[in-house]
Write a new protein. Structure first.
Length: 230
């Protein structure tokens, strides 16, 4: 739930900075709030196990397709129609959610006959609608930030190794844009709260997450503005 809310906030923020109309901002948020609703327990690992089990019966499990089913079929909130009665744009964004974990071919393979006709139009274009693309980027930004924060917090990696691996991978924005700001925050913290290393450690991890999100959102908006014609 925390991840979903963060993706929704990031997606709306990107849409706002791109100066999209209010209804498009709302569409971004709606897609984001539903983008993981079809996930199985244990995330992508659970999804893979379910898919393996279903393959023995000639079926597939893919969480984007399941998300579509949840909002269009399985949730019975109203007596006059199935699902949530969402717009086609929202449904399109949900089933076309794509990150490195979501391959279009795997999504198509998991589509069953009962929904194949109604979702066919969502795959006519090679890319999903703009709002879905914004949510896709917001999802990856949230992962990049919080996976780094979590890895540092639980001790999977220390700060020195973290910075070294960023340099090895050629990820330059940390050393050029974030490192100095984190050092400045750290110095101010030590002046205000001396001899408090444990609190600083936890707080610094959270600062890193904020800085990564802020930087990647700004870069996304800048690059998109350069190529987008509204």
């Amino acid at each position: 739930m925390t991840h979903t809310l963060e993706v929704a906030q990031i997606a709306r923020g990107i849409a706002t900075h791109l100066q999209l109309p209010k209804e498009n901002e709302n569409l971004c948020e709606a897609i984001a709030l539903a983008h993981d609703i079809g996930h199985s327990p244990f995330g992508h690992t659970g999804e893979g196990i379910l898919n393996t089990l279903l393959e023995e019966h000639g079926r597939h499990f893919e969480h984007n397709v399941q998300s579509y089913r949840m909002v269009s079929r399985l949730e019975q909130k109203y007596s006059t129609f199935q699902g949530f009665n969402l717009t086609k744009a929202t449904l399109s964004g949900i089933i076309r959610h794509q990150t490195p974990f979501d391959e279009t071919n795997k999504i198509k393979t998991a589509i069953t006959k009962d929904i194949s006709t109604e979702v066919a139009e969502f795959f006519v274009n090679p890319q999903p609608i703009l709002e879905a693309q914004i949510v896709n980027l917001a999802d990856m930004i949230a992962y990049a930030a919080h996976d780094s924060e979590d890895a540092l917090a639980v001790g999977l990696i220390n700060w020195n190794d973290f910075e070294s691996k960023l340099n090895e991978a050629g990820i330059k924005f940390y050393s050029s844009a974030i490192h100095a700001r984190l050092s400045k925050r750290e110095n101010k913290f030590n002046q205000s709260f001396p001899n408090n290393p444990e609190t600083l450690k936890k707080t610094k991890n959270r600062w890193l997450s904020w800085e990564i999100i802020n930087h990647l959102v700004q870069e996304t908006v800048k690059e998109t503005t350069n190529i987008l014609v509204l």
